[in-house]
Design a protein. Structure first.
Length: 347
């Protein structure tokens, strides 16, 4: 069989590193309201120390964000708007057509449910549509409740909540002495990667983020890498219908000052400063275990166990894959070397 081949340009994903104070502010809101894991965030202690200075109106709005998981909607909107300032975000949000707003806010699940998602965005005034679409996320940690909450709030209520929370959070956080240093470091990170190797995007993603291995996904044509400080040490991974988002922690060297220990070192010692967590790590070095197996072995509730494991995981001493926990010997060894490196000639 003969066959003619007409060569066409090869399409590649668009890869970009994107930063703005809007991204960092939203990630701060997301981290602050993530009560289940907030104790594992680098900034948790500082948030607690400064909690009394939070205006009552901001505290009230943050509680709503926590209950509805509307931080997700803020991230989806900023992905669409790429606003460079809080005012720019508010102005663009005000001009957004209502069906386009809901199309942006509603989470993408898969190609089979995409027609339903589009229908909900157009029929935004019908609560039963939101309820039906939420049922597709019953096994998800928060998206089911998030979709239902979208159906309970009017467009005006959502926009007012987003604008007020973002404005007040920014005013509160930018008063901190570290804010200017953070913004300079994050802006430098974006500038540093303004020119990328588009021929090898997967390698670039891994290099910039310090290890994320990305496999191309159907319909995703843009990958955004957003450096952050407020969500450290976690990597947050989200996607819209056509864009993949990786929020990766800014490298430690940007934030270090002479005599100040790296946050990773402090986090590691906090994780190891508990007898039970040391016992858990010891057992996991012997071999992988499930949450159920550890609960039986240590006679501890899964809730308590999950709390301790989350601290070890945040410190990178352990990892979890499909519910099975295992030790990370490589990081344990590098952690001991990092302590020696920090103390240097003093020992």
């Amino acid at each position: 069989m003969k066959h003619f081949y007409s060569q066409q340009p090869t399409e590649r994903i668009c890869l970009k590193v994107e930063y703005s104070p809007v991204w960092e502010s939203i990630l701060g809101i997301a981290g602050y309201t993530h009560t289940q894991f907030r104790h594992t965030f680098d900034l948790d202690e500082k948030w607690k120390e400064n909690q009394d200075s939070i205006p009552a109106s901001l505290a009230k709005n943050l509680k709503v964000i926590e209950e509805t998981n509307f931080w997700y909607g803020l991230l989806m909107l900023q992905n669409k708007l790429s606003a460079t300032s809080i005012r720019d975000f508010s102005n663009r949000l005000a001009k957004m057509p209502i069906d386009f707003l809901y199309d942006t806010l509603l989470p993408y699940k898969d190609r089979n449910t995409e027609p339903m998602r589009k229908a909900v965005a157009k029929q935004y005034n019908k609560g039963e549509f939101f309820e039906k679409y939420a049922s597709y996320f019953e096994n998800h940690d928060y998206l089911g409740g998030y979709v239902r909450a979208l159906g309970r709030y009017s467009r005006q209520e959502i926009c007012d909540l987003f604008n007020n929370t973002l404005n007040e959070w920014y005013k509160w956080v930018c008063q901190r002495e570290e804010w200017e240093m953070w913004t300079r470091a994050l802006a430098f990170e974006q500038k540093r990667y303004s020119s990328l190797d588009i021929e090898n995007p997967m390698e670039e993603i891994e290099r910039i983020t310090g290890g994320i291995k990305y496999c191309p996904e159907p319909s995703v044509w843009t990958v955004k890498l957003i450096p952050h400080i407020s969500y450290r040490p976690w990597i947050l991974e989200l996607r819209s219908p056509d864009t993949k988002l990786f929020f990766y922690p800014l490298k430690e060297e940007y934030l270090m000052e002479p005599g100040i220990p790296p946050a990773e070192l402090v986090r590691g010692h906090k994780a190891l400063g508990d007898e039970l967590r040391l016992k858990l790590l010891y057992q996991l070095l012997k071999g992988p275990l499930s949450l159920q197996e550890m609960s039986v072995q240590f006679s501890i509730s899964k809730t308590t166990l999950h709390h301790h494991l989350s601290l070890l995981k945040a410190a990178k001493f352990i990892r979890v894959d499909k519910g099975i926990y295992s030790a990370n010997p490589m990081h344990i060894h590098s952690f001991t070397r990092q302590l020696a490196q920090y103390l240097g000639d003093l020992i």
